[in-house]
Design a protein around this ligand. Structure first.
Ligand code: 13P
Ligand code: SF4
Length: 302
């Protein structure tokens, strides 16, 4: 049987495809990807890639963002059912209600959201640029959707703004709490605590550094410390170990796992490139509206 990695390489050439992957996907997938990054980096690559086909290894909103920004490319995903539950934790009705209540309002939408929600928002953000972007907005009132935890973290850094929160959350990051992280800290008191802002404030309060997946990886690499407690999805361990083989990384006891990210395998990557069936398709009106919010993010994050 032909080696699956060889087969993926051949199909990639045949389809003129680039493979983009998020840090939370399986190690074997990160190993064969052309680029691995956080949500912001992946959305930037989406605009810059010269390839005809983009194979996005991650969850649905990431594939959708590539298609929104790149309507002329073919965007495929190894498994279209890989989805971020938080992306669906706000609805049109709720946005309408808040818009009716405040005149001077910006709807700020975390990139972990559907195209429909992006289309109703003023601007998108990711965890790597949310602070900078919200700070630069002229509006005083900020409706931060869908993630309550990222919203609260940014709000506590920007007391001059009035935040309206939504009830969305990430089921992976909210399993970490001050007890299980505190337990790790007792076992490894020397370790620096690195936290993704989708965690709750009680975990963020224990952090030496708070940032996106890329931010966490850069911090661990540049910092002279040798051990780190990492509060985010375990897939990040692949890049952390690759870049810092001599350093120690500790995760909470119930290993934080995003089952949707783990749906991406070498097998379904090969299949997607063979059949070209799992295409992301979007209604053009919706795409144009959602594109505005994503482009605004790129403009303000520069
Ligand atoms: P990053 O933008 O930090 O990679 O986060 C994406 C995500 O889904 C976190 O759960
Ligand atoms: Fe969504 Fe959480 Fe998975 Fe990130 S880790 S994709 S926020 S469910």
């Amino acid at each position: 049987m032909k080696d699956i990695i060889e087969s993926i390489k051949e199909l990639k050439n045949k389809r003129d495809a680039v493979i983009l992957a998020h840090y939370y996907v399986n190690d074997s997938v990160q190993a064969i990807a052309d680029y691995v990054g956080d949500s912001y980096y992946l959305s930037k690559l989406a605009v810059e890639t010269p390839h005809e086909t983009v194979l996005l290894c991650g969850v649905r909103f990431m594939g959708e963002s590539v298609k929104i920004l790149n309507p002329n490319k073919t965007v495929i995903m190894p498994d279209l059912s890989a989805d971020c539950p938080m992306a669906h934790m706000v609805n049109e009705e709720k946005i309408k209600q808040v818009k009716n209540k405040f005149e001077d309002l910006a709807v700020v939408c975390y990139i972990n959201s559907t195209a429909k929600i992006k289309a109703l928002s003023n601007v998108c953000v990711t965890s790597s640029n949310a602070l900078q972007i919200v700070k630069s907005l002229p509006q005083k009132n900020i409706f931060f959707i869908p993630d309550n935890n990222l919203g609260r973290y940014i709000a506590h850094l920007l007391p001059e703004k009035n935040f309206i929160f939504n009830e969305g959350f990430c089921h992976v990051h909210t399993k970490m709490n001050k007890d299980n992280v505190g337990k790790l800290k007792k076992l490894h008191p020397e370790a620096k605590v690195l936290v993704h802002p989708e965690c709750t404030m009680d975990v963020i309060e224990l952090a030496d550094y708070v940032g996106s997946t890329s931010g966490i990886i850069n911090y661990a690499k540049k910092n002279s410390d040798n051990s780190f407690i990492v509060c985010t999805e375990h897939g990040i361990n692949y890049e952390l170990k690759k870049e810092n083989p001599e350093k120690q990384f500790y995760f909470t006891e119930e290993i934080p796992t995003c089952i949707d990210m783990k749906k991406i395998t070498l097998k379904n990557i090969e299949e997607a490139l063979k059949t070209m069936e799992n295409k992301i398709e979007l209604d053009e009106d919706l795409r144009i509206k959602a594109e505005k919010a994503l482009k605004k993010m790129h403009e303000l994050a520069e």
